[in-house]
Design a protein around this ligand. Sequence first.
Ligand code: ADP
Ligand code: MG
Ligand code: ZN
Length: 469
Amino acid sequence: MYEMVIGLEVHCELNTETKIFCGCKTTFGAEPNTQVCPVCMGMPGTLPVLNKKVVDYAIKAGLATNSEIRTISKQDRKNYFYPDLPKAYQISQFDEPLCENGYLEIETAQGSKKIGITRIHIEEDAGKLIHDKDKGTLIDSNRCGVPLIEIVSEPDIRSSEEAVAYFKKLRAIILYIGISDCKMNEGSMRCDVNLSIRKKGEEKFGTRTEMKNLNSFTFIQKAIEYEYKRQVDIVTSGGEIIQETRRYDQATGKTYSMRSKEDSNDYRYFPDPDLKPIVTNITDLDRLRKEIPALPDQRKKIYIANYGLTAYDAELLTNEKVVADYFEKAVPFADNKKLLANLIITEVLKMVDDEQIMITPKTLAEISNLAHNDKINSSVAKKLVKDLWGTSLDVNDYVIQNDLLQINDTRLLQELVTEILLSDPKSVDAYKSGKTIVIKSFIGKIMGRTGGKANPVIVNELLENALNG
Ligand code: ADP
Ligand code: MG
Ligand code: ZN
């Protein structure tokens, strides 16, 4: 009877060499306070100089998410005090963000759905507080001034599945354009979830709560499910939701109130007087557009149209650019593109380690060709992926040397079938009295006897004939 309404704010650290307003390095994990200078430490009298790369990267994110790019955009000071923010204001963008009115598409059980993107703006990250039980709270300013983009979605999301699908798609796009490493465990991509509930069919939105800094797909999903239930319980028992910021606790799986939510006028935003407006012209846009590779959705459409893949499989192949690139390199060698895709999805994706695919596209295509042409069966194909991983062996030689060719000899297989059935009359009776599932155990036995090389289609047919004849 209730439905959830969700909007996500995603923060993404850009992988520029240097910070947004100074020349300090942005390397993750450096010794605390070694990548700092008077500018990013917020010393009085220093002046910020905008890193042009940050603007380029943010515009790319906008172009890749169908957004409009502002010709003139400005930067504003967002004032608040916190120990990790030495200037006591964050340089961000208020009412003239670089990018606006975009969208991206996700796959849902009901087909594809567009999720609106309200805005993408640039801002600086704050430092990091380390709470040490002996020394007290320590401040590491290395992260002060690391460039961020914030991507704000419209409240178009209606379930935790959609939220995760949106977040994954956004992450895939950002990785494709290469502007961030999106490492969630290092905090370079993190997500705030805004959630409210309303009666189904109602137009008006309810009061939202905001859950801060979720950094894994599972936490996003769990936090949403918990928070939805919490809000429904309050409303159905006559209570009222208060607009507030909540914290999701991984250990308990619950959300806890942190503070009542501040309104934007609490921040006293005003244009930063030290920074000129950002002007974007057609030449910049053309240059940046050329640097954007074919994106997941574009490739997905091609895979579905040209190779007959399902939307779901095409999505799996395009989630990561290395995998999509790999598939495209293997495709020209493959007799059956669907079989090739399956082999990647079921085997290669399991084996990839740190984006490394240790089998050449041509070799994988050859394995799928052997299977397609009935030279090997599917379990041998899977075994080959594992055996040849990290080697430079020739598939065809390997198959011969290790005696892996499929047994298609009907006479031989028929003999085995007869033998196996005779040896197990109990199971034969079970089959005949309707427990047809026992056919699986017969197949298993024949596979065992043939070292997994029997042609399963022929075996199945022979067994059915023998059992039903
Ligand atoms: P703030 O910085 O105050 O959180 P933003 O405009 O940056 O505000 O982000 C608001 C986010 O909350 C957006 O993602 C928006 O889609 C979402 N949102 C706004 N109203 C609601 C609502 N009633 N229910 C759920 N989400 C909402
Ligand atoms: Mg917010
Ligand atoms: Zn600096």
